[in-house]
Design a binder for this molecule. Structure first.
Ligand code: MN
Length: 333
């Protein structure tokens, strides 16, 4: 998905404050309306002011369940990315994906679509006509040096499932609970969906070298005894050896994100990740050049290539803020 902010801020993201192991820091979601005629709103927990990274996870939007008849569904025209991977994970509905490396794929519940932008890619996403309800998460992974210079790629992965008593799970990135995803990542990382039966209480081992986030989709969930609302994210610092989860009277679903703290400072603006303001300015300039080439009927001219088969033109980049970004003070602890 595209970053839907009409006036996205430029952000410097780096590893944050480290609370004591076993502490739970709750990140409350921020509503971001899609705008325009569409009523769909996403709930964002990364990046937030107080925390912008969990491992290399740098963006987390939760959306739905939204009735497409009311919200208009998803129709995102071709737009660019750099320096990141997009992780599309659905609970309900179906999305048609097209990209500039020639992929044409469906995103379906329980199946991972992983797009590696590397040095540059463009793609479109449209909910399919058969979709009544859209419900899922859109996640981004920042690519470390030197992987951010890799050529773009696309993978579709159907992860194995776990069914163990009160717990069902799918590990779509990394290895956990005896499951391993074949998805290609470039830093130590975990992404998983867990479903707890009504009344379930589980304690699961974690990689203590990772920091983790538990993002609540549905149900009355507690993490280490702390109740969490829908789309809230519980942050667990490195050194945490287990996670304790409970479900209330209904079944509960969470997405668990984890990774080794990213030891790099990244600059995020709109759909680009770079290492400096000037680099992001150059990405934007190239994308606008590609749009001009489309309008002139010329062949692909830039790192972003062309999306074929989307019925419409590419999405222009917003205007960059006039002020240069100011790095945030380095958090302590
Ligand atoms: Mn996108």
């Amino acid at each position: 998905m595209t970053n839907v902010d009409a006036e996205p801020a430029e952000l410097v993201c780096r590893g944050g404050r480290r609370p004591a192991p076993d502490a739970v820091e709750v990140l409350e979601p921020r509503d971001v309306p899609l705008g325009g005629i569409r009523a769909m709103t996403v709930r964002r927990t990364l990046p937030l002011r107080q925390r912008s990274l969990i491992g290399a996870w740098c963006f987390a939007d939760h959306y739905g369940p939204d009735r497409v008849a009311r919200s208009g569904g998803m129709d995102v025209a071709p737009h660019p990315h750099t320096g990141l991977q997009t992780v599309s994970w659905l609970f309900e509905g179906e999305i048609e994906h097209r990209d500039s490396v020639g992929s044409h794929a469906r995103v379906r519940p329980g199946e991972l679509n992983l797009m590696t932008a590397g040095r540059g890619i463009s793609h479109s996403e449209v909910s399919t006509p058969d979709t009544d309800v859209l419900h899922g998460v859109q996640l981004w992974v920042a690519l470390p040096e030197p992987a951010r210079a890799l050529p773009p790629a696309f993978e579709h992965v159907v992860p194995e499932t776990l069914a163990d008593g009160d717990l069902r799970g799918r590990v779509f990135i990394g290895s956990w609970l005896g499951l391993t995803s074949p998805a290609t990542v470039h830093s130590p990382l975990l992404g998983a969906e867990l479903v707890l039966a009504p009344g379930a209480a589980v304690e699961l081992p974690l990689d203590a070298g990772f920091e983790h986030g538990v993002l609540v989709d549905s149900g009355d969930v507690t993490v280490h005894g702390r109740p969490l609302g829908r789309a809230a994210l519980a942050y667990l610092p490195p050194g945490t050896a287990t996670v304790r989860l409970t479900a209330g009277a209904a079944a509960a679903r969470v997405v668990v994100l984890g990774g080794e703290p990213l030891d790099e400072e990244i600059v995020m603006w709109w759909n680009f990740i770079g290492r400096s303001h000037d680099e992001v300015v150059e990405f934007r300039r190239e994308w606008q050049e590609e749009i001009a080439a489309v309008a002139a009927g010329e062949p692909p001219a830039t790192r972003f290539g062309r999306v074929m088969g989307y019925p419409g033109g590419p999405l222009p980049a917003p205007v960059m803020p006039a002020t240069r970004l100011k790095p945030r003070p380095r958090p302590r602890g």
